[in-house]
Design a protein around this ligand. Sequence first.
Ligand SMILES: Cc1ncc(COP(=O)(O)O)c(C=O)c1O
Length: 396
Amino acid sequence: MKLKLATQQSPQALISEAVKKIPPSGIREFFDIVYSMPDCVSLGVGEPDFITPWRIADMGMYAIKDGYTHYTPNRGLPELCALISEEIQKISGAHYQPEEEIIVTMGVSQGLDLALRSIVNSGDEVIIPEPCYVSYGANVTLLGGVPVYVPTTFEDEFKIDIDRLYSTITTKTKAILLNYPSNPTGNTLPRTLLENIAEIAIEKNLIIISDEIYSSLTYDAKHWSITALPEVKDRVIYLNGFSKSHAMTGWRLGYIAAPKYLTDMMLKIHQYTALCAPSIAQHAAIEAIKNARRDVEKMVSEYRRRRNYIVGKFRDAGLACLMPEGAFYVFPDVSSTGMNGRTFALELLKSEKVAVVPGEVFGECGKNHIRCSYATSMENLSEAMSRIERFCAQMT
Ligand SMILES: Cc1ncc(COP(=O)(O)O)c(C=O)c1O
């Protein structure tokens, strides 16, 4: 058949306006340069260097061999939902009904998407403390929402200024998106600040989305979850997962806990867009919750050792560096070298072949900082830090 061709119009004009609005990830752009450089030591990667503990990996393999290769219930395997509910109760003290208030997702990434999709209408505002994980703003924008950033400062140890947060609320504000322990700063929020945020959410009728993916990786004090505050639990969407705590980034498994009126909506979206999280990963996750506590503790104690080392080294090199309370990142201020984070990162890469992430990719208020991940071997860390010390000595 011969097609009758009308005047050609560009198919590129068909791209959605929302997707055109979001910039490509600043981290990716930077790491395209890094990948082309042999001998580069990278402190840029935001995932555990450990491989998944063997008992969890074995359970995944058994699941395949035993034929657990089908769809699971949309919400997730009932045994896993029950274990997740117990786990959340252990971490935060909050109880969620496994049959109604838990959904197993493809990582916290999908959990975040479902949470936002269930509440954001076009033009709605979502408040996000900055510096923040790079995906948050883009996820809000993709839905036609508006991310409203609340900057925090090194001087305030990146804790939220409650008055500042309050003053950004408008009639269009739908939610506040929290992430503690934080990527990129590693800081956490004290209970008093969480209470202040809860009070605001109640007064202004807002949802709180709490991404607690680093909750197992805290080093000095027990993690505090906002969902532990009973007054606010009916408006919290709690997100967590296995990527960071159990070194399972590639398994793509996370979960949501929220009141039924929200999970009912999120489950509808999940049913139509994903059906269910991967069955094999769900079987592995059952083992992760049941029997891998010691494995997690070992990783946490190694991260603590590395954190103490890297913070000490940055301070020796003359950079101001807070002691992060969780996650596996440090966020030193490099302005004493006369450079901003971006110039510092580019010069360091050129002259010493060490890759770090410029702080500006996490928000304007991170522009004098760099993010360094200590989810890498002690050998790599020590090589990177001696190169950084040499670099800083030349600059100051
Ligand atoms: C704060 C934060 N949330 C979510 C994610 C994505 O997690 P997942 O692998 O569970 O999708 C990351 C990954 O770096 C992260 O740092």
